[in-house]
Design a protein around this ligand. Structure first.
Ligand SMILES: C=C(O[C@@H]1C=C(C(=O)O)C=C[C@H]1O)C(=O)O
Length: 365
């Protein structure tokens, strides 16, 4: 296996690899040349300068059913290192709030990571099955990062992203950006109150609006018709409530491919910020390199149809299959509270940790 993506629209698995691309721009030309059953699959990194990991494949196996999956892996994971510790993340958020208030940007998404070590190695297929089986939408992806260069040999990006960057079917384009989050609560009343609070939160609505305005500005010139609701809807994973806006458009030029659309849209303010350039510069200055986290993972067939998910709720698994780095982030705006932002990352780590089998220590770090 090189690539697997499962979700509500079914499961896609890639067959035999023909070529590897470490630059997504080169892979755009390969889409049409991959044979009638083939296509391009893989991961596009967060930052424009860092290598991508795309594969031209001779066949794509598609089913309408998501991967049902299994329960969590029976592994115990220990934290080797927080990158950075919660206190450092908190002070980064504090400093970025000040920079936003002084006008440097409107929104910046800040993330942190955790280095994990398992008691025994894991198998990629088993990780994908555990990811798919531990969330209600059966979201899961697993993609081989070896195409990104020698230092990535044997590494995989695995995750369970609930956020669709773009899906293209014929002349239709669909996006469903997320932004604005609240942790789920164990008791039903508390959980309903968390959802209601999120829907009414002025701060989260503002955070969300930056993403909607960005998506609309990229998609409008590409579409003859574009529909999306004025008010975001609530969507949830097992851990988090989100504000989401579903977009449906009719493409002016249906020959544009799903990969072209993913490249046109990435990075959105859901994982980077607003304005894009200013936010990306702040992220590059204050964070450790993200690699493939907050990039995009997906597939595009020879007809140009395909689906790309935002690479969040994910981890990079090393060649030893025992060490991994997981990431979680959140959008920062002028009204953000640093403590709440640290808690939001902690809640987001839980998606991947639950599937991997859980931590031997608390995830809060
Ligand atoms: C950045 C992440 O999530 C993104 C940020 C969100 C937010 O700021 O509310 C919500 C969903 C995602 O678009 C992540 O999960 O790491």
């Amino acid at each position: 296996m090189t690539f697997l993506l499962s979700g509500t629209h079914g499961t896609v698995r890639a067959g035999e690899v023909a070529h590897a691309f470490d630059d997504a721009r080169d892979a755009t030309h390969a889409v049409r040349e991959s044979g009638p059953e083939g296509g391009v699959v893989g991961a596009i990194s967060f930052a424009p300068g860092s290598p991508d990991a795309l594969w031209q494949v001779g066949s794509l196996a598609r089913t309408d059913e998501p991967l049902i999956g299994t329960g969590p892996l029976s592994r115990r994971w220990e934290v080797a290192e927080w990158v950075p510790a919660a206190a450092t993340h908190r002070s980064r958020v504090e400093r970025v709030v000040e920079r936003i208030r002084s006008g440097e940007a409107d929104k910046v998404v800040l993330a942190r990571a955790v280095e994990l070590v398992a008691d025994r190695p894991v198998e990629i297929d088993a990780v994908a099955a555990a990811l798919a089986g531990t969330n209600t939408d059966h979201n899961a992806f697993a993609t081989d990062l070896s195409a990104a260069g020698a230092d990535q040999t044997g590494r995989w990006l695995v995750g369970a992203s609930p956020e669709l960057l773009v899906r293209k079917v014929g002349d239709r384009v669909y996006c469903r950006p997320f932004a604005g989050s609240a942790a789920r609560q164990p008791d039903p009343d508390g959980d309903a109150a968390a959802a209601e609070g999120l829907a009414r939160s002025v701060k989260d609505q503002r955070e969300h609006r930056f993403v909607v305005e960005y998506l609309a500005s990229v998609l409008t010139p590409l579409c003859t018709r574009l529909d999306y609701p004025r008010t975001p809807e609530l969507r949830c994973t097992g851990e988090i409530w989100h504000l989401a806006t579903p977009f449906v458009g009719t493409l002016r030029d249906p020959s544009i491919t799903a990969l072209d659309l993913a490249l046109a849209l990435h990075p959105t303010p859901a994982i980077c910020g607003t304005p894009t350039r200013a936010a990306a510069a702040i992220i590059a200055e204050v964070e450790e390199p993200r690699g493939f986290y907050a990039g995009t993972v997906g597939w595009c067939d020879a007809q140009g149809d395909g689906e790309w998910m935002v690479a969040i709720r994910c981890a990079e698994l090393r060649a030893d299959r025992r060490t991994a780095r997981a990431w979680a982030g959140g959008g920062i705006v002028a009204e953000s509270d640093p403590d709440a932002e640290v808690d939001e990352t902690t809640a987001k780590f839980a998606t991947v940790m639950r599937a991997l089998g859980g931590l031997g220590v608390s995830v809060g770090g």
